[in-house]
Design a protein around this ligand. Sequence first.
Ligand code: B4P
Length: 320
Amino acid sequence: MNTPQTQPTMDISTRIATKYAHALTTGALKLTDTVAQRVTAPGSGIPCVVSFAPSLANKPERPRTSKTVVRPDPFADPCEDLTVLRDLRGDGQYMLLLNKFPVIPEHVLVVTREYRTQTELLDAADLAAAHSLVTQLDTQTPGSRHVAFYNCGPASGSSQDHKHLQLFRLPAGFVPYQERQLNPQESSISPPFAHVTVPLPLQPSGDHLASLYNSSLGTACGASTPSANSAKTQEADATTAAGPAPSHNVLLTRTFMTVVPRSAASTTVTDARGRAHVLGVNATGYLGLLLCKSDETYTALCAEPSLIDQALRQCAHPPL
Ligand code: B4P
């Protein structure tokens, strides 16, 4: 006798893994090879993973967010092989896409379906979507930890103007400095840049996340509202309908949120032998994950991790 079979619902982690494996075979994406080394930035005590992706040196540098140049939007009509879900939450607001240029496998993007700008602040729905996805992936893959991040504004390290958050799995065994900051027994972490890290409750609502985000950004900017922030350079200001928002990064795990106002997307550090290195820093840098595109810079950062403290300081604002 035939009994009706119910199709089991595929969990999000399996959906991503399946789509990723398929996209690799079709060539819709290619994982960029890296080598990596773990170091501790000595001034701040921040544990870091410094990665080097040789082939990224050949990637054409896309001009960063600009008020004057109109650039094609890669998320306007995403390729089917990269689309994990056309409607992530069933509310018509977000797509879930695979990153076309990943350095870490299964790196995904939460992208607004309607065009919105990457210079906007996050809202309750954005934060709820990102936090829920991080929580689902952590839970569905025991032992894994994921982070969602947002590069907001021209000095944040973003390269695409269409509003998107990103999400990937943390390197195995990597404990972000924020975990130590939030441990009252621990006092060995002193980041050399203005930031706020707050612990998150279990299953926070979007409104609660938004309230924490807005107050953290206000505090990190040294003022009660973002628009009255102390982001000091022209480059650091991102204009929105509601007025200027400061360039900043947001990092969100299941257990904490960190907000870092930014002053520059990249900087130059000089090593002990007097050689200058240009380093681009996006949100992941403020988690302790640095990506180098030249062997010289990779070697310098690994040999002199104090250069990491220097770069993080130079791309942000002085500590509060
Ligand atoms: P943005 O917020 O605008 O910029 P970004 O992450 O700093 O990456 P960028 O594009 O500047 O690349 P970079 O050489 O620094 O994010 C845009 C995202 O959209 C990127 O992830 C990009 O790859 C993706 N994208 C662009 N076109 C796409 C398309 N047609 N379809 C789907 N996705 C598309 O870094 C190279 C790669 O390494 C990026 O993937 C970046 O996210 C990642 N990365 C950077 N630092 C890292 C770190 N420390 N650890 C791991 N990965 C890192």
